[in-house]
Write a protein that binds this ligand. Sequence first.
Ligand code: GLY
Ligand code: MN
Ligand code: MN
Length: 520
Amino acid sequence: MSLLRSLAGRRVFFSHCRRSLSLNTRPKREVKLGQPTFETRPHYIPLAGNLTPGISALEYFERRLKLASRLPDKSVLIIVGNTVKFSSGSVFYDFQQENDFYYLTGWLEPDSIMVLEKKGDHGRDEDVALHLLVPPKDPQRERWEGAKSGLEGAYDFFNADYVEDVANASSYISKLISSNEHVFYDNKSGDSPSSNPGSSSSSSSSSFFGFGKKRETLNDAIMNAGKPVNPVKKEVAKLRSVKSPAEIEVMYAAGQISSRAINKAMGQVASETPFQTEKTLAKYLEYQFVKGGCDKQAYIPVVASGSNALTIHYTRNDDLLYKDETVFIDAGGKLGGYCADISRTWPNSRKGFSEPQRDLYQAVLNTNKACIDLCDESLKMSLHDIHEFSVNTLLKELRNITGFGNTTYNDVKVLYPHYIGHHLGLDLHDVPSISRFDKLKEGNVITIEPGLYIPEDRPWPKSFQGIGVRVEDDIVVGKTKDEMINLSAGCVKEVTGIESLIRNGVSTPGIDDELVTLDI
Ligand code: GLY
Ligand code: MN
Ligand code: MN
């Protein structure tokens, strides 16, 4: 874990990155693939050997071996990738790969299936085979949709041992099942395109390969093959819940880019062009995440002026930002599939926080910091233990605030209606099958996000009503406290830091540059 240590002390990120200084000259490239690779987009994946940002082909291979080592001999583990989803007619959503599939292969094209086969010949590496079933290359289709990797790309670049046209999935996988004994597969029969809200049954899957329609046939073939079917998600979650040094480095980048974007937003309050609406602030954050080097925003953010923050999942983001109210944001960028998840609250006022805003903010911040101190494997705490601690800490903090002296434990449950946090990774609420009661382990990445939301009602003190505060950071659990890493440490959260940012704006050199070449 020396990497954790070296990251913990790291102050400057992307010191070697190339930033945009002049227009780029297009190099000649022979290879055409359906997703960015070192060969096709070296500014995005600058290291030969990496398949996706920061993650090497070797690491993907080792993840598969590790998963296979948990399976009995003669197993096949099948993961069906996602299809493109459509919002209406031919208008599609951004493609989101099934994250277990992505975690094990790095493959980012829709309508694909992976099968991990463990033949079980004395546990030798070569007895673990990756089968990728993908859409074949098709010049007609590529004319409209752009390059696809095809079977050749799956073999040459993604290290599949066997490749097959996904149109033959049912017969191909049936044969694999019959030559093995154990099947690992998550029954998706209730998850067919027609039952998926927001998609129309005629258009929710790849139109060229009819994969959506064949999926049910495949599901039936697997479920009726006469072999016991075991779940997949829980097995993969055990691996995904402990991040590798490479994953932590990618998440560190996502956290730092997101932190800078949020600092920049705070720094505009007293500028000549303060944000006027929740919507423009939301879109500014998204743009800054991408300009800083992320691929996209990790989720629809919460951007709430004043009492709008009392709605925990306020995502309308359609109000004005009102003077002297708090600005409450919960937002983060996503890089190489990995999410950042940060909440901050600041005053929309040149004068800084009002007294009630500051009191409440300080109570939440103190709780956030005390909980972060517990993200240490040696303390043998679970996420639930930290949650209980956060409730008790908020109780103590509130009782020190004038007007809240008689606050009870049950009151805190009203003012703090959510949980302290969740695992974070490829999914925003990562690996939900991992119990909140499990002891935290080195390499877990969790959010710490206490909050207080004072209803606009009696008996709560009038001057506090309608204030909502959350302070959320992304923490890598360390073996000891010294080895813990706060991935969002760059995002200002002390009262003095926030008020100074508001007064002086952001002045970090290079903060406005566009990040062109990633250095992970
Ligand atoms: N952004 C959602 C959450 O904090 O869980
Ligand atoms: Mn959040
Ligand atoms: Mn969160």
